[in-house]
Design a protein around this ligand. Structure first.
Ligand SMILES: Cc1cc2nc3c(=O)[nH]c(=O)nc-3n(C[C@H](O)[C@H](O)[C@H](O)COP(=O)(O)O)c2cc1C
Length: 184
């Protein structure tokens, strides 16, 4: 097939449509609350329904199965290195809070802690786990959310291969959202 395109590996298509910002997820835990890094996440509905991929290779997976609650914490670029390091270590082997100097703050509706250093924290309950066995895909529902108004640096996205982009320039096209005015 003659084309202006080159073939691209199907195994890497996730890098073409990388999803939401890189986040950290905390849950309750046996020894200490677990923390993991998560790049595969997305909003699902406008009512606080979210989806995250958390697989059995994560300690978080077992805890999430058991307690059915977690916090999604959004770091900014000041936490970029820490976020990558959190995702390259296991809560089964270390207390990541102490090791990486992260602060547990109490959530208002669930046991899992907020991360004090993050710019936003979303308290979530598992809404639907029917896709977990097949896809490691958890449907969550936000119960409460917290935002630091003093945040200065942007969030960042994982491009799926260890490289990251910062949230960039804001383009305000709200006046063109004629069909979706209720969202603006
Ligand atoms: C940048 C980055 C993104 C990651 N994204 C995901 C993800 O979307 N889903 C997942 O299950 N693991 C993901 N991981 C791997 C987990 O963060 C990693 O397995 C972590 O150490 C699990 O921690 P835990 O064992 O304490 O739960 C990612 C790791 C990194 C470094």
């Amino acid at each position: 097939m003659s084309s202006i395109f080159e073939p691209y590996p199907v195994s890497l298509v996730h890098q073409l449509i990388e999803p939401g910002p890189t986040v950290m997820i905390t849950t309750g835990g046996d020894q200490w609350p677990t923390i993991m890094t998560n790049g595969f996440n997305m909003p699902v509905r406008h009512d606080g329904t979210l989806a995250v991929v958390v697989g059995p290779w994560d300690t978080t997976y077992e805890t999430l199965r058991r307690v059915g609650e977690c916090v999604i914490a959004v770091p900014d670029t000041g936490l970029l290195e820490t976020t990558v390091d959190v995702g390259n270590a296991s809560s089964a082997q270390m207390n990541k809070w102490e090791h990486f100097g992260l602060t547990q703050l109490p959530a208002s509706t669930i046991e899992a802690p907020l991360i004090g250093e993050c710019v936003a924290n979303i308290e979530c309950a598992v809404e639907d786990d029917t896709l977990v066995d097949a896809y490691d895909l958890w449907i969550l529902r936000a119960r409460a959310a917290w935002l630091r108004p003093d945040a200065e640096t942007p969030e960042f996205h994982h491009r799926g291969n260890g490289t990251f982009t910062e949230n960039g320039q804001l383009h305000d096209l709200r006046d063109r959202m004629t069909k979706w005015q209720h969202l603006t």
